[in-house]
Design a protein around this ligand. Structure first.
Ligand code: FEO
Ligand code: CA
Ligand code: CA
Ligand code: CA
Length: 605
């Protein structure tokens, strides 16, 4: 019913069964199309894609590789801006004749750098349907590529200009070239896009030659300090020596931030906001609290790392005036950064098996521990710039709760409740590692769980909260899974939740990465309130070797966008011998897909 509580809607589509098909499968009554894929024109006039004759200059105008976050920002009823992250590259699947990273030419390394970053693409609605395609006419004046190669970023906030961020090329510590490993993200209430710089460590070499006092800090962010070339190194230092930490030890600190880009202002420099801390940021999602302050929720995707939130100093200004827009663009430049500590409330021990506790569910209380407010540090022995640049070390000091890889963290804008995808943690409970606790209740956790966080008094700026696990993922036939008490014979198997999103009625959509049950990854949906809570159903599956990213459901509820990331990423595959031929029947290309209902009705329901 139209008056139903947000998030309680029944989802009527027939679920897609698990499969290993090299195609994208959607439910009966739906259609789908590739919107844009690797190599397609972004900047008007881009050269036609030719896999055998790639250049950095061409790639810097074409759609990049390994699309992850997807945002669709309406211009009017018929036009919208698609904003996409390009997280990383698979050189073995990009370059014909690939024989190893060492054999790549410097130009090929520069192609890979240009294939990282973001794309902004104007879309037009196809007739009166839920289908969208790149705009064919018009000026396409917003179309833009952001790359790791050339785009300049401005650092903002308390750590900007600090000694940690100064380099030979940027002695003031305020301007960074490029963005790396942009994973998930979010659309802000003021019409910009946030993007998380995640596994930036893999781009740096020479950690063994970094200053001794810096080594523990680099190591905490996954940069080996005992070897020049870590295994699997991309060796970008061959194309640009700033990736060599023996020569430029601070360059690594200039990545790992939350990036904000204004897609409606192609001339504006994108920014890296130091006030939101530096971790392996999966992404960031913003809600306006009742007080008007804006709150960004964030995860640090690493085994045993933490959950964060940022509360702005200033208040959101509504409306589309120039004054409001200018003001809102400053909201993420100053505020308070918190890290989460969670405790369980069930009697008895959590034994690590996933068996439900005696009180019938995993849940408890939590508090947000203040790390920094403005320029003031709340962490002993660390300045505000220290805490913001080495936020993981601050979290360690204050005793934050070690989580099972916090990926996407997103508040429902209809209820204010926050949902966290905890993707997996196969090291949980291993010797010398943290054992299971109530929020991370399974040792050797292969399948992950969804955490629901409800701020006290429904106030997103609160410093205390309640939490529960509505879904403990895996095969529903396995006793260690839980679907909010719903009949487990009627739910879809799910493994390794990564990204979350909401449709217009508040239902929760979850995409997966690395399905440990052996079938292809996909997209799922469930109600989160009312009697259908926990009735999880699979909405689509992606081709072989791919993970499902995005997802994004348009505000009119007529279109579901997903990013098909790394199709055919299977050991030994190549351009000549692909493990997936999606989407063109030749070699694998990452691409963004739109799904819509053939009868024009609302998706899901
Ligand atoms: Fe890039 Fe945490 O996924
Ligand atoms: Ca992810
Ligand atoms: Ca999301
Ligand atoms: Ca993942």
């Amino acid at each position: 019913a139209a008056t139903a509580r947000p998030g309680s809607g029944a989802l009527t589509f027939k679920p897609i069964p698990p499969n290993k098909l090299d195609t994208l499968v959607v439910p009966n009554g739906y259609d789908h199309a590739v919107v844009i894929k690797w190599g397609d024109e972004v900047v008007p006039g881009a050269p036609a894609f030719d896999v055998r004759h790639q250049s950095a200059a061409a790639q810097a105008k074409q759609f990049g590789y390994n699309n992850d976050f997807v945002g669709v920002l309406p211009i009017d009823r018929k036009r919208a801006l698609l904003v996409v992250n390009h997280e990383y590259t698979n050189e073995d699947l990009m370059f014909p004749g690939f024989t190893g990273q060492d054999a790549l030419t410097v130009e090929q390394l520069r192609v890979a750098m240009a294939a990282h970053g973001m794309s902004v693409v104007e879309l037009e609605r196809v007739e009166n349907t839920g289908q969208w395609r790149p705009a064919r006419r018009g000026r396409r004046e917003y179309n833009r590529r952001v790359t790791a190669l050339a785009t300049k970023f401005e650092l903002t906030g308390p750590a900007a200009g600090s000694a940690w961020l100064r380099t030979a090329a940027d002695p003031k510590g305020r301007t960074v070239v490029g963005t790396l490993n942009n994973c998930a993200g979010g659309v802000t209430p003021w019409g910009t896009v946030l993007s998380g710089e995640e596994n930036f460590n893999q781009y740096f070499v020479g950690g063994d030659g970094a200053p001794e006092e810096l080594k523990p800090k680099l190591a905490r962010y996954g940069i080996p300090t005992d070897v020049r070339y870590p295994s699997g190194s991309r060796k970008w230092d061959r194309a640009d020596e700033r990736f060599d930490l023996a020569k430029h030890p601070n360059e690594a600190h200039r990545f790992g931030w939350v990036v904000e880009i204004d897609p409606f202002d192609p001339q504006a420099r994108p920014r890296k906001h130091t006030a939101l801390g530096r971790v392996k940021h999966e992404g960031a999602n913003v809600i306006v609290a009742r007080s008007g302050h804006v709150v960004a929720y964030m995860g640090d995707d690493e085994r045993f790392d933490y959950l964060y939130k940022f509360v702005s100093d200033k208040k959101f200004m509504s409306g589309n005036s120039w004054v409001a827009r200018k003001h809102n663009l400053t909201l993420l430049e100053s505020g308070t950064l918190y890290v989460a500590a969670l405790t369980g409330d069930s009697p008895g021990e959590i034994d690590g098996s996933g068996t439900l506790p005696a009180d019938g569910g995993f849940g408890g209380r939590g508090r947000w521990i203040k790390l920094v407010s403005g320029n003031r540090s709340y962490v002993d022995g660390m300045t505000a710039a220290d805490v913001l640049t080495f936020t993981r070390l601050a979290g360690d000091k204050v005793g934050a709760t070690k989580m099972d890889r916090p990926e996407d963290v997103e508040p429902s804008l209809l209820t204010g409740k926050v949902y966290v995808a905890l993707t997996n943690n196969t090291d949980r409970g291993k010797a010398g590692k943290a054992p299971a606790d109530e929020a991370n209740p399974r040792n050797a956790n292969k399948h992950g769980q969804i955490l629901e966080l409800v701020e006290d008094r429904g106030d997103n700026t609160a410093e205390t909260f309640a939490w529960s696990l509505p879904i403990v993922c895996g095969d529903p036939a396995d006793a260690s899974t839980y679907f909010a008490g719903y009949d487990k014979t009627r739910v879809s198997p799910i493994s390794c939740p990564d990204n979350v999103a909401f449709d217009a009625t508040g239902n929760l959509w979850i995409s997966t990465d690395g399905n440990a049950l052996g079938s292809n990854d996909g997209l799922f949906a469930t109600a989160v309130e009312g009697p259908e809570r926990g009735h999880l159903k699979q909405f689509l599956t992606v081709p072989l070797g791919a993970e499902t990213c995005g997802p994004f459901i348009t505000k009119d509820n007529r279109s579901v966008f997903v990013a098909v990331q790394h199709p055919g990423e299977i050991s030994g595959a190549s351009v000549e011998n692909p493990a997936s031929t999606w989407p063109d029947g030749d070699f694998a290309k990452p691409g963004v897909v739109v799904t819509w209902r053939l009868d024009g009705g609302p998706v899901g329901s």
